[in-house]
Design a protein around this ligand. Structure first.
Ligand code: ADP
Ligand code: NA
Length: 330
């Protein structure tokens, strides 16, 4: 491959992706296809670390893949696949588990946070070794770059440590991946609680906009978004997180700069801004929903497309695993 290779994954743990996922991560996946040899996977192995319902997982895996296609992941240019269809992920994860220190894994703050929420005794060993599986996901494809948000930095550091350790102990085998810092990703906050990030685990369903929700409902949520005291439309995430979040979404979806928007809404009220943004959001999600629906209506075609993706992925991952097995004496 002559372009730098990039790998990224997303969990099929919701019925729909939300605007935070899209503007913070997935939109960038689409853009990276122009400059990188991209591998994108729906990480269902990761989605069973904290308990799940089989029927729901199967459904969400399909819907996730369909949404990725609908937003513009192009299976002819990129490799789009489902993680469990590529057995090398689990196979390499075991090898990496065996060169990861227990103490080292114990220092992962995401595990500490998540296991604290579930009750430390009840958290699964899978959740504990999740970052090691993530390392395997990346190293299998010899990825040069991994797009990372702040929350994933520590995990990528572990991946780099494990790659270097393996290379030192057994001979150069893995590319040591660099973090890819993305310029135009936006941090989107909760519509009802604008200092918290928009999340599928939000306290109120009115706080998030899902790509697959009824556009009229999405519009209603925008109109009832919590705004700040004062009436002026200015961008200041510190003192005016609500309005600033609306401006961020508006700017990201239209390509208009925040300054331009602030100028355009000078002398107007929050109601005007919300009304227009509600329309922008509805117009944005409608075609995504139509395309998602088209993919879901032809399950055989979707399965075939994902099978082709898995084959393409395996061409790379099986070559890496063979070298790893050879190095370690299998
Ligand atoms: P959630 O917070 O809903 O559980 P995930 O943790 O599954 O979402 O995140 C999937 C991807 O979307 C990650 O790359 C994450 O950084 C990004 N993301 C999630 N929420 C937001 C947000 N509110 N703003 C920007 N990016 C986000
Ligand atoms: Na999360």
């Amino acid at each position: 491959h002559d372009r730098p290779r990039v790998l990224s994954g997303i969990q099929p743990t919701a019925d729909s992706f939300h605007l935070g996922n899209y503007l913070g991560a997935l939109r960038n996946w689409v853009g990276l296809q122009d400059t990188h040899d991209a591998f994108y996977c729906v990480v269902d192995l990761h989605a069973i670390t904290a308990g799940h319902e089989p029927k729901l997982l199967r459904q969400r895996t399909r819907v996730s893949a369909a949404q990725l296609l609908a937003i513009g992941i192009d299976p002819d240019r990129s490799t789009l696949f489902v993680q469990s269809q590529v057995p090398e992920h689990a196979q390499l994860a075991w090898v990496m588990n065996c060169i990861t220190g227990f103490g080292e894994a114990s220092r992962m703050t995401q595990f500490k946070d998540k296991s604290a929420k579930q009750g430390a005794e009840r958290a699964s060993v899978g959740l504990f070794t999740y970052p090691v599986l993530q390392a395997a996901d990346i190293l299998l494809y010899q990825a040069d770059a991994v797009p990372v948000g702040e929350d994933q930095r520590q995990h990528l550091e572990l991946t780099r440590d494990l790659a270097q350790r393996f290379n030192t102990n057994f001979g150069k085998t893995f590319v040591v991946p660099e973090p890819y810092i993305v310029r135009d990703t936006a941090k989107i906050t909760d519509l009802q609680e604008p200092t918290a990030k928009m999340s599928k685990s939000a306290s109120s369903p009115n706080g998030l906009i899902e790509l697959l929700e009824d556009p009229a409902r999405a519009a209603k949520k925008i109109k009832s978004a919590v705004t700040d005291t004062g009436r002026e439309i200015v961008f200041d995430p510190e003192t005016k997180p609500g309005v600033s979040n609306l401006l961020t979404i508006y700017s990201a979806l239209t390509g208009r700069s925040i300054d331009d928007l602030v100028l355009a809404y000078a002398g107007k009220g929050y109601g005007d801004l919300k009304k227009d943004l509600a329309e922008v959001v509805a117009e944005f999600i409608r075609p995504i929903q139509e395309r998602t629906k088209t993919y879901l209506e032809d399950p055989a075609q979707l399965d075939k497309l994902l099978a082709v993706g898995a084959e393409k992925a395996r061409a790379v991952s099986s070559a890496t695993l063979r070298r790893v097995y050879d190095r370690i004496g299998f």
